[in-house]
Design a protein around this ligand. Structure first.
Ligand SMILES: Cc1cc2nc3c(=O)[nH]c(=O)nc-3n(C[C@H](O)[C@H](O)[C@H](O)COP(=O)(O)O)c2cc1C
Length: 361
């Protein structure tokens, strides 16, 4: 296989500067292990699962490979540990309708014990990562100084997810090692600034490696961000469509079928902006956005139906977070093959640019 290396590879102890994104409900042990084993950085998404589940997934990865592992933990500054339930008469009509549609398909919708929103939960997960000597901690929804200090104490590096230059400045001030700038193109929680601009804004002041994210699904795109100055690529949606990702077949096929304008960025998932594919989960809100509850109440109210529809892999009613690159993905393949293809394509694109662009220094 081709060689593709930046300084980030030495910093993280990986072969290729391709990092698989933390993706809730998608990226567990099997995917993280496959990517790390193949020479990238595999990540376990640890925001929603219980601490016990996180520990099991780490153990699974450790049983498959001893290569570096990343665990993605959420540090939301505004979220209460045990949010108040939303009273039945306050649940928005679109959520009620979704629940009816899901029940009509024989799927039970029941209350969920969602503790994944508070700092106590994050602290418990950090302690587990320390026990297993997890090499990299990805900090989502904020990078508190204490989290960086804790990770450094056991020798781990931290990666901070940001969607704005000001957030990158804060994360750097708090001592983080790497910053991932996620452009609006990305799947999941995302800001409103395009990657090509945001990357440049952050590169202009960053004193640490900057990694690009958002809409990257081909090697030519990775070559583009490496040329611009990124040290690596943090890739989400492309890795949803792998054999090892933990979502159902219907989710993956929805990405294969997605067109170039299929995603929307809305507040319906949890009250924060999330990019996802359009289906009944999004359409049911048309003309009724005034009923949104805001974060975190929207998350509390919609979680029962969201988790039920995802567990049953309902094509129309489940939330399908995915990036704008979905329209470029046409297969479901083993993660190692996807990684290899991305590396080969990146090298080919860098070579092609050298031939295509005439220049002299
Ligand atoms: C299904 C899905 C779930 C996600 N969940 C998380 C998460 O739990 N934590 C996080 O830091 N980022 C999460 N993200 C954002 C990714 O880390 C990453 O920034 C994004 O996927 C990059 O854009 P791309 O999907 O276009 O490659 C999620 C993205 C997707 C698509």
């Amino acid at each position: 296989m081709a060689t593709l290396k930046t300084d980030l590879c030495d910093l993280l102890g990986i072969e290729y500067p391709i990092l698989q994104a933390g993706m809730g409900g998608v990226a567990f042990g099997p995917l993280a292990a496959a990517v790390s084993k193949a020479g990238g950085l595999g990540t376990i998404a640890a925001i929603s699962p219980t601490p016990q589940r996180v520990e099991e997934e780490i153990k699974l990865v450790r049983s498959i490979t001893d290569k570096p592992l990343c665990v993605d933990i959420g540090f939301p500054p505004r979220a209460p540990q045990n949010p108040e339930p939303v009273a039945a008469d306050e649940v928005p009509d679109p959520i009620r309708e979704l629940e009816e549609e899901v029940r009509a398909q024989g799927v039970d919708v029941h209350p969920v014990d969602d503790k994944a929103m508070g700092i106590e939960d994050a602290k418990e997960k950090m302690a587990i990562c320390e026990r297993y000597g997890v090499e990299v901690i990805a900090c989502a929804l904020g990078t508190p100084e204490w989290a960086v200090e804790h990770a450094h104490k056991w020798g781990a590096k931290t990666i901070s997810m940001v969607g704005r230059a000001s957030h990158a400045k804060r994360a750097i001030a708090n001592g983080t090692d790497i910053v991932v700038v996620q452009g609006t193109e990305g799947g999941g929680h995302t800001g409103d600034i395009g990657l090509i601009t945001l990357l440049q804004e952050v590169l202009d002041f960053a004193t640490i490696p900057v990694v690009a994210a958002g809409g990257l699904v081909t090697g030519a795109q990775i070559a583009g961000v490496l040329t611009q100055g990124a040290q690596g690529a943090w890739i989400g949606t492309r890795f949803i469509n792998t054999e090892e990702s933990s979502v159902g077949r219907n989710y993956k096929e929805s990405i294969v079928e997605a067109d170039h304008d299929t995603t929307v960025r809305e507040l319906i998932f949890d009250g924060l902006y999330v990019r996802q594919l359009q289906n009944r989960f999004t359409e049911v809100w048309k003309g009724r956005m005034d009923q949104l509850l805001g974060y975190p109440r929207q998350r509390v109210a919609i979680s029962p139906v969201r988790f039920a529809a995802a567990a049953a892999d309902l094509k129309d009613q489940q939330a399908l977070p995915a990036g704008q690159g979905s329209g470029l993905i046409r297969d479901i393949s083993p993660a190692a093959d996807v990684l290899e293809r991305l590396v080969e394509e990146t090298v080919a694109a860098l070579e092609a640019a050298k031939k295509r662009v005439e220049y002299s220094a």
